[in-house]
Each structure stands twice: as structure tokens, then as C-alpha cells.
Design a protein around this ligand. Structure first.
Ligand code: PMP
Length: 459
């Protein structure tokens, strides 16, 4: 039906008239016009202007299994015909939800046997934050309420998620609930100064300890952190960071929440970022790669320490969503996890990521505006810099990043810019040939960016 409708519609005008977008400056959008994505297969997007664009971001970090997978379509269709919907409240369940909870607990780190379902990453985070408070309340410590997050952290767009994250613009727009604080992120490239990465990792972790001592451990419910801070710029902590965070949370009896919404389900070359870094969380929030974005679904995992209290002592848990454990989303997730396993996409991400970084380094690493190419598995970033040697940022941070992003898209490569950091996170199905092409397109785009920067200096 949509195909029939496709002709003769001014999509730009219609979109501008009625569609209010997330994370968008609407005035700017209406001036520039919107991009209409019409179809996708594998790692490629197609837009209404006939452009074929390689999706270097897997949508919003989510399309792990690639686009256009008929096996996922069939899993959804089959389940939708059998049981399209029923809720999981009031002592009811459905087959896909049970099987998926079991499957997730099998691939999760040891001791994670209980899974709560929601629809989005934000809802999973909200659920974890509330659950942390329920946990302490049940144990007779209701004053343990404060959540410690990090600057540049991203934990979603609900009011609690925005408050837990470290995005100042989101705080300003109503995401600033009480009892949330942020500390220094383990962003060595941007904040490490003269310290070695290892020294800085310890220093950044100690900032968490300092904050706990300042607030009083008796008032702190949890520390929340993404194993790798994604939206904040793919900030990969030095290896000294997470072991120290483990120690601090244990010593001060603070719950540790790993926000695995991006890292979970293979992005790092392990099932979870927690496995990659040796994090010892009490709760994990996951979404995105769980269904490869084909349907909305998220999962909040609790370890036995938390689950035992919630199950045996809390009484009724006053929390849940109409679509918690949605049977069609869960059926798609089960098939998606089977694909990740059968096609060895999780372990494959390690070698593919190394190859992509090698090719990107060859393609753009020597440009004077490139400060660093970094990554773990198939998540990574390229820092744009005004001075390679001192890691100095450009003035008006974000401007050169936006120029580079536009050059990337013009050259057929979808990359995202956070400040002047270029981010990538392609589908885990990307092939070697596609990796070569990725680097070739990046080369053109980064060279054009350098030419623009030089032209500005010359003026
Ligand atoms: N946590 C992290 C780490 C995320 O990256 C995101 C989304 N980018 C979220 C939470 C929120 O997920 P959603 O947009 O599905 O609500």
C-alpha cells in the first residue's frame, strides 16, 4: 500500500507539517529538509533521492544482524499469527518471553538469572534505577537514593534516564531530577592531559570514590555507567578504570549498573561489554542489538543478590509496562540471537573491528586533523583535532565534526558526529569488502574536511 502512496507526495512538506522528530532542531530541519529513507538491505540504506548509503552506525547502534533479514520477518509473522499480544502482568506469561528470558540468562555473566522486559533502552534504565531504590528500601535503607553517573553519559530520554546521564542540554530541558549527580568520564583523549591512560583511568575511578565520600555512602543507591560511553563519543575507558570501579562499589556497598544498551549483544566482540572489561555489575540494561532494531524490546537483568531481595522480600513490585514481554518482540529477539550465534557475529566483531581500524588508520590516520582512531570490536571513533600532538580541540567544538559528517554522507557513508568526534558502529554483518569501501569513503570525506579546514585558516 505504501508503494501506491509513494507517488506525488511532497514528503518534505508533509513531514514538516505534522511530524515532530526526536533530537532535532525543528527550525533548522524545516529550512534544510528531511532525508527520507525508503528501504535497506545488508549494510545499505536507500533514500528517496536514489542515494545508496552505507550505514556506518547500524541505525542508532542497533541493527546488528543487518537490514532486510527475512528470517526475522518470518519469526515476527509466525508469532503474530499465533499470539500477537498478551500482557505479562497478573501471573500471566507467554512462550517467547519465557524462552527469551532463559536465553538471555544463559549468555549473561554468571549469577544473572532474572530478566525484566520493557520496550526501549530508556525504559530498561528507568526500571534499573527504580529497582535499585526498591532494593535499598526493602532492606530498610530508603535513604540510599542517589545515583552517580558521568559527564557525557547517555542513559536515555525519560526523565530519570536524562537525569542519570551527563548531557547538560538534556538536564536543562527538564531532565534534572533530584538525587542524581555526575562525575568525570574516563575520557583519556579529551580529559587525560599529561597523564598516561592507565594513570588517568585510576584517577577517573577515584573521582567516583571522592563523590561517594562527599555524599555519604549511606545516601548512595547506585553507580551507573556504560561500559563504553557511546553517544558521548565512544569513550573507551583505560583498562585500569573498571576494576577500580568494581572495588569502589563493593567497598562502599553501592549497586553497580552497567548500561549495556549499546555494548550488549556482541558489539564489543563479547556478548556484553561487561565480559570485555571484567565489570561486576548488579544490574544490566540492554536493548538495541537484542532485536537488531526490528521491533522495540529491552531487557533489564538482575543478579541474584538483587533478584533474591526483590523476589523474596519486596512484596508486590509496582512497576511494568503494557508491552513488557511482548510476544512478537521476544520471538524476533530469539531468532536474532540465534542469527548472532549461528553466523558467529559476536566473536567475528573482534577481527572485523581490528580490520576496520587498520583500514581507517591507513586511509585517514596521517591527516593532520586526525588525532586518534580507537575502537573495541565494531564500535569506534575518530577524533578530529586542531593539533595532533597536543590533542587540542578545534574552536567551537562540534563545527568541524558536522562538516565531516556531511562530507561522509555526501560520499555515501553514514557516520555520526559527537562534538568533533566521528563515531562508527556498523552492522556486525559487514564484510571485508564492505570494510574496504567504508575506509575508501571515509578517506574522501576526511580529506574534503581537511581541505575545508585549511581553506578557513588561509582566509
Ligand atoms: N542507554 C544507552 C547507553 C543508550 O545508548 C541509549 C540509546 N542510545 C539508551 C540508554 C536509551 O535507549 P532508547 O533510545 O531505546 O530509549
Amino acid at each position: 500500500m505504501l508503494d501506491d502512496l509513494n507517488h506525488g507526495i511532497d514528503w518534505q512538506a508533509l513531514d514538516a507539517a505534522h511530524h515532530f522528530h526526536p533530537f532535532t532542531d525543528h527550525k533548522e530541519l524545516h529550512e534544510q529538509g528531511v532525508r527520507l529513507i525508503t528501504s535497506a538491505e545488508g549494510v545499505y540504506l536507500h533514500d528517496s533521492n536514489g542515494n545508496k548509503i552505507m550505514d556506518g552506525m547500524a541505525g542508532l547502534w542497533c541493527v546488528a544482524a543487518g537490514y532486510g533479514r527475512q528470517d526475522l520477518v518470518e519469526a515476527a509473522t509466525k508469532q503474530m499469527s499465533k499470539l500477537a499480544y498478551y500482557n505479562t502482568f497478573f501471573k500471566t506469561t507467554n512462550e517467547p518471553a519465557v524462552l527469551l528470558a532463559q536465553k538471555i540468562s544463559q549468555i549473561a555473566p554468571e549469577g544473572f538469572e532474572h530478566v525484566f522486559f520493557a520496550c526501549s533502552g530508556s525504559e530498561a534504565v528507568d526500571s534499573a534505577l527504580r529497582t535499585a531504590r526498591v532494593y535499598w528500601q526493602t532492606l530498610g535503607k530508603p535513604e540510599k537514593k542517589i545515583i552517580i553517573g558521568r559527564e557525557y553519559g547517555y542513559h536515555g530520554s525519560t526523565t530519570l534516564g536524562a537525569s542519570a546521564g551527563g548531557m547538560k542540554d538534556m538536564h536543562r530541558q527538564g531532565g534534572d531530577m533530584p538525587n542524581f549527580v555526575q562525575v568525570l568520564p574516563p575520557y583519556w583523549y579529551g580529559k587525560g592531559g599529561q597523564m598516561s591512560p592507565e594513570e588517568f583511568g585510576l584517577y577517573a575511578a577515584k573521582e567516583v570514590e571522592k563523590k561517594i565520600l562527599e555524599l555519604g555512602a549511606e545516601n548512595v543507591a547506585a553507580f551507573i555507567g556504560e561500559p563504553i560511553q557511546g553517544a558521548g563519543g565512544v569513550l573507551i575507558p583505560p583498562e585500569t578504570y573498571w576494576p577500580e570501579i568494581n572495588r569502589i562499589c563493593k567497598q562502599y556497598d553501592i549497586l553497580l549498573i552497567a548500561d549495556e544498551v549499546i555494548c550488549g549483544y556482541g558489539r564489543t566482540g563479547k556478548w556484553f561489554g561487561t565480559d570485555y572489561f571484567g565489570i561486576k555489575p548488579d544490574m544490566m540494561t540492554t536493548a538495541k542489538g537484542l532485536t537488531s532494531g526490528y521491533l522495540p524490546l529491552s531487557a533489564m537483568l538482575m543478579n541474584n543478590r538483587v533478584a533474591d531481595v526483590l523476589i523474596n522480600e519486596t512484596g508486590e513490585y509496582y512497576h511494568g509496562f503494557t508491552y513488557s514481554g511482548h510476544p512478537v518482540s521476544c520471538a524476533v529477539a530469539l531468532k536474532n540471537l540465534e542469527i548472532l550465534e549461528n553466523e558467529k557475529l559476536v566473536e567475528g566483531a573482534t577481527a572485523k573491528g581490528a580490520l576496520l581500524r587498520e583500514k581507517l588508520n591507513e586511509a585517514v590516520g596521517d591527516l593532520p586533523i586526525v588525532g586518534e582512531v580507537r575502537g573495541v570490536g565494531l564500535i569506534g571513533a575518530i577524533e578530529l583535532t586542531a593539533d595532533k600532538r597536543t590533542r587540542k580541540f578545534f574552536e567551537k567544538n562540534g563545527r568541524v565534526g558536522a562538516i565531516c559528517r556531511d562530507h561522509c554522507i555526501r560520499n555515501g557513508l553514514m557516520m555520526r558526529a559527537t562534538r568533533d568526534t566521528m563515531l562508527f558502529s556498523p552492522p556486525l554483518t559487514i564484510t571485508e569488502a564492505e570494510i574496504e569501501l567504508f575506509a575508501a569513503m571515509a578517506k574522501k570525506a576526511f580529506e574534503a574536511t581537511y581541505a575545508d579546514v585549511r581553506a578557513e585558516v588561509a582566509q
